[in-house]
Design a protein around this ligand. Structure first.
Ligand code: GDD
Length: 326
């Protein structure tokens, strides 16, 4: 039985990846940062259905000694490093936490693997946010990095460290460069979930408006369940490498809003959306559009869920949640 260690297992991607790994017969271990207040059902909402099949170790990736202990006990065959402070807007407010969690946390894991599990295959969750103010369109593995946020900068550092460990220590280290991906399990602060939830609440008369920032930004949005298949495939190749995962389509935030209202059967969406200047970022990434030809060619990876289906699923899921609560 192969053993996989997943940091960030309780998040959106971690939950889909764990399901996939369990299906494939892996033993799945997670590093779980303790958070006060939340009850188990809420905290583990995304993985509640598989909690008895996985093993969670309490720990924080910023704590070298603890991650060392966990890794030493498991001796994983594969490590998927997904844990991060992943919300771009907050990274402008609190640069220091981003640096510690996203850079120091990543170097901790890499260094520990090098010392006690050098044959472990390693995946780093790189991001299209690293392309920032894009220098070419579409973006692929050769597009220069040009980040526009503390988060983007931190992901560039993690990306470069991952490459460095591959080249300097000959370790099996891969970077995924993942473009935006949402799902029914998306965190509430990201724009797709915020819109889907807001639209459902408007439908049920629970709120009158959704406050949003820049509607003109363009993103290449896919479904997270497709993207975790790509992560796993990267670690099954004969050689480690870096891969873009993207749909190859770009849509504005406005299109996401418009379609969400359409799926909820609400006309005249503009009547329900208020633009809030405070939600604009100090520096914006205006356009992301990925070219995943390499992943298609080498990994045989392809996204199955379209933009339209993603929006439909997210809106319907929020409507269902409210239906069940009635
Ligand atoms: N969150 C949010 N809230 N974003 C808004 C809002 C709002 O009210 N209004 C407009 N936006 C715009 C943002 O300015 C941005 O251009 C776009 O919606 C998407 O924002 P997010 O959903 O927060 O995602 P992101 O693109 O910044 O980052 C996500 O994708 C990256 C990959 O490119 C995150 O998942 C990152 O962790 C990931 O690496």
């Amino acid at each position: 039985m192969k053993k996989a260690l997943v940091s960030g297992l309780t998040g959106q991607d971690g939950s889909y990846l764990s399901e996939l790994l369990l299906e494939k017969g892996y033993q799945v271990y997670g590093i779980d940062r303790r958070v006060a207040i939340e009850d188990a059902k809420q905290r583990y909402s995304r993985i509640y259905h598989i909690l008895d099949k996985i093993k969670l170790y309490s720990g924080d990736i910023q704590n070298y000694a603890r991650v060392f202990e966990i890794t030493n006990e498991i001796k994983p065959d594969e490590c998927y490093h997904l844990a991060a402070m992943s919300f771009v807007a907050t990274s402008f407010e609190d640069e220091f936490t981003v640096l510690r969690t996203n850079i120091e946390g990543t170097v901790n894991i890499l260094n520990i693997l090098r010392k006690i599990a050098p044959d472990c295959k390693y995946y780093f969750a790189g991001s299209s946010e690293m392309f920032g103010k894009v220098l070419e369109t579409p973006q692929d593995e050769n597009t220069p990095l040009n980040p526009r946020s503390p988060y983007g900068i931190s992901k560039c550092a993690g990306f470069q460290f991952t490459r460095l460990y591959r080249e300097a220590y000959n370790m099996f280290c891969c970077n995924g460069i993942l473009f935006n991906h949402g799902s029914e399990r998306r965190g509430g602060e990201f724009v797709t979930r915020k819109i889907a939830k807001g639209v459902a609440e408007i439908k049920y008369g629970l709120r009158k408006k959704i406050k949003l920032g820049n509607l003109e930004a363009k993103r290449d949005w896919g479904h997270a369940s497709d993207y975790v298949r790509g992560m796993h495939l990267m670690l099954q190749q004969p050689k480690p490498d870096d891969y873009v995962l993207a749909t190859g389509e770009t849509h504005t935030v406005e299109e996401f809003v418009e379609l969400s209202f359409e799926f909820a059967g609400i006309k005249n969406w503009r009547d329900y959306v208020e633009i809030d200047k405070d939600l604009f970022r100090p520096a914006e990434v205006n356009l992301l559009l990925g070219d995943a030809s390499k992943a298609r060619r080498v990994l045989g990876w392809e996204p199955k869920i379209s933009f339209k289906e993603l929006v439909e699923r997210m809106v319907k899921s929020e409507i269902n949640i409210l239906d069940l609560g009635k």
